[in-house]
Design a protein around this ligand. Sequence first.
Ligand SMILES: Nc1nc2c(ncn2[C@@H]2O[C@H](COP(=O)(O)OP(=O)(O)OP(=O)(O)O)[C@@H](O)[C@H]2O)c(=O)[nH]1
Ligand SMILES: [Mg+2]
Length: 241
Amino acid sequence: MTIAATFVRSAAVADDFPRDGTAEIALVGRSNVGKSTLINALVRQRVARTSAAPGKTRLANIYRVERGAAPAFYLVDLPGYGYARGGAASAHEFDELTRAYFGREGQEGRDGQERKAPALPAHPAYPANVAALLLVDSRHPRLESDLEAWRWLGASVEHSAIVATKIDKLARGERIRAIREMESVFEHPVLPTSAVTGEGLDELWKAIDRLANSHNNPRRSRSNSSLRKPATARRRELTKS
Ligand SMILES: Nc1nc2c(ncn2[C@@H]2O[C@H](COP(=O)(O)OP(=O)(O)OP(=O)(O)O)[C@@H](O)[C@H]2O)c(=O)[nH]1
Ligand SMILES: [Mg+2]
């Protein structure tokens, strides 16, 4: 299957996001979790800049991807969280750009006061055609910052999935244990992947195809277990607590 990926632009403000009706899939995760590397592995070319030094991607880098006969979509490499100088790793550090990306700018304070269960707007208006992949390091299956990010995404985007990165760093026996632990902590299926060995990338492509089409065909995507539960159900859960 042919894959073509091109760098579109680096977005610094909300006006730079495409929002042209094409599906957008954003990669969300801690700095150094492997977002840019995974993009390169998926498209089998080095379009995204990667680094061993965390916190390098401070802008949202947007790539246009065409795979086989499927409609084109955007992969969006968002700035990583958890790398504020001296601060504890936390999704509170979601920067202004990430908030703006999911249409959350101006809906909550930027003074660090936001707490674990984010305040939900009365009528959440999810950004159209936007889905998220939360990337979690296989070696760190239960970091609070990742859990907060997952909760935050639950209130911010309709369709999302969880990807475990760097599975090659774990011995065979540890892999199953780590994924099980992650699935129990996040209460959601997790896709194990490695950008180094290519493991899990076919499955990830399937999930991406579903996410990219979820807005055209919500029924189909909701029945799929690797995608997050219907947002309405989650919203009810969140409001309950
Ligand atoms: N072994 C292994 N290393 C990986 C994998 N994915 C990424 N890495 C390494 O992890 C480091 C960080 O990868 P990046 O892709 O730059 O991470 P990022 O999430 O884009 O980081 P920021 O841009 O800082 O937010 C690099 O040294 C990568 O080579 C993987 O699947 N396996
Ligand atoms: Mg990066």
